[in-house]
Ligand binder design. Structure first.
Ligand code: ATP
Ligand code: MG
Length: 446
């Protein structure tokens, strides 16, 4: 939904909303930065999951971390293994809906959803055997929920490439192979242990059986170079191997790090084209960013002040938007990256909105309306009465993308819900208790 349409909408409904559950469709793309800045300044975060920034040494991981994390101060420099201990920072998930709702409710603050980013040391060939900084770093990857694999796609003879040349396919293979080796090693040890184990009760026996059969099929796939995530497992099997935190089970997004001059037209960069094909072969996400930091000398030498991602976080919001527009980019790759990561983790957002605050709540895809309400408080799940979905469109009906809103009602929430106030703009449908929110939203979107 465009911001223009939102602005048109606001005066037409210029009264505060009562606090109610609002579930809306996935974030629209415009003006994310404003949401981000406002969100960050609110200083409160609702829930956090971890995404690890992974890649060969010296490809721009820490530079990216500094770009994404407000006040990120990871050391980023032109030499391999610059990072040793992981850098950790929390970022708000940019979501323009948050601000629209906060304005509608005249909220005192807006609280975004969040993700934790972890900048991990570079991996090299043989890491699983202890090469480079070896196994210790693989264990840092084990602790994250998803992987952002930074792939160097910029040519610059001054920046050392550990393998001597920019070659995304080979870089990706090196990292993926190390993750596979590490999992193989872990699975073999675990299977050995399971052989000796004598489960006490039938429940533990069942669990161990599920674990063994899952690990055996994963092992077979790993031997053929296929990641654990490509193996189809039952929910019970997945649960039984969760404790192993297998590296190749984690979802991956490839992050193509390009020169800032390629940001407007990434397709013109042959390395990006190569990763695009690879990512679709591997069923993984791809985001193109330019993490480059222009050092002071370069800025002084080129009057034209090239701003790229790392510097965007230091600019006032209006200037960021102007700058991105001047590059022909409708929004920063970082906004995309953060949102993609969030979606990749299987996370979705709904909002509560009132005068005190508008807040993004994180739910897992597939939760039912009562379960989603239960994220706020278990009483809301127990006392759930109903939810309704509605299409909220501006009065002049010019905006083709409407906000989809689900309204929850619980006997624990006092006061009128607000559908009546909006009746001119609503199509009302009652949702059954067991309905899956996400499916409902996508069927409404179709
Ligand atoms: N898009 C880009 N274009 C040009 N140079 C870049 C780009 N991104 C990062 N760099 C430069 O690459 C060098 C290495 O960056 P950085 O320290 O972030 O890498 P790293 O992956 O964290 O390395 P390490 O694994 O050693 O910690 C820095 O000099 C940085 O300025
Ligand atoms: Mg680093």
């Amino acid at each position: 939904m465009s911001m223009i349409a939102c602005h048109r909408l606001i005066p037409a409904v210029g009264f505060p909303l009562r606090s109610s559950f609002l579930w809306t469709n996935p974030p629209c793309t415009s003006r994310f930065v404003q949401g981000l800045v406002r969100s960050l300044s609110s200083g409160r975060i609702s829930m956090s999951l971890r995404a690890g920034i992974v890649g060969l040494p010296n490809v721009g991981k820490s530079t990216l971390f500094n770009s994404v994390v407000e006040n990120g101060k990871a050391q980023a420099a032109n030499f391999p293994f610059c990072t040793i201990e992981p850098n950790v920072g929390i970022v708000a998930v940019p979501d323009p809906r948050l601000n629209v709702l906060a304005e509608l409710s005249k909220s005192q603050r807006a609280v975004p959803a969040s993700i934790e980013f972890v900048d991990i040391a570079g991996l090299v060939k043989g890491a699983s055997q202890g090469e480079g900084l070896g196994n210790k770093f693989l264990s840092h990857i084990r602790e994250v929920d998803s992987i952002l694999q930074v792939v160097r796609c910029f040519e610059d003879n001054d920046i050392v490439h550990v393998n001597g040349k920019v070659d995304p396919r080979s870089d990706i293979d090196v990292i993926n192979l190390e993750l596979v080796f590490s999992d193989l090693d872990q699975i073999e040890k675990r299977l050995e242990k399971l052989k000796k184990s004598k489960a006490k009760d039938s429940q533990s026996k069942l669990k161990e059986e599920a674990e063994r059969s899952a690990l055996e099929s994963i092992l077979k796939n790993l031997m053929d170079g296929r990641p654990a995530r490509s193996v189809s497992l039952t929910d019970f099997e997945k649960e039984s191997i969760r404790h192993l935190c297998l590296l190749t089970m984690k979802p991956i997004i490839y992050v193509a790090n390009v020169a800032e001059s390629d940001l407007a037209e990434p397709g013109s960069n042959p390395h990006v084209r190569e990763i695009t094909d690879l990512a679709s072969e591997l069923n993984s996400g791809l985001v193109t960013i330019s993490a480059q930091i222009i050092n002071e000398n370069q800025v002084m030498a080129s009057e034209s002040l090239f701003q790229v991602e790392a510097e965007l976080t230091e600019l006032p919001i209006e200037e960021r938007i102007e700058y991105l527009k001047s590059l022909g980019v409708s929004e920063s790759g970082l906004g995309n990256l953060i949102r993609e990561t969030y979606t990749l983790l299987g996370l979705r957002t709904y909002f509560t909105s009132g005068e005190k605050e508008t807040k993004a709540w994180t739910i897992h895809a597939g939760m039912t309306a009562p379960q989603a309400a239960g994220v706020i408080h278990s009483d809301f799940e127990k006392g759930f009465i109903r939810a309704e979905t509605s299409m909220l469109s501006p009065p002049d009906n010019q905006d083709p993308k409407r906000i989809h809103v689900l309204r929850g009602k619980s006997k624990f929430i006092k006061g009128e819900t607000w559908s009546l106030l909006f009746k001119n703009f609503w199509i009302r449908e009652v949702i059954k208790k067991a309905d899956n929110i996400e499916r409902l939203m996508s069927s409404r979107n179709a």
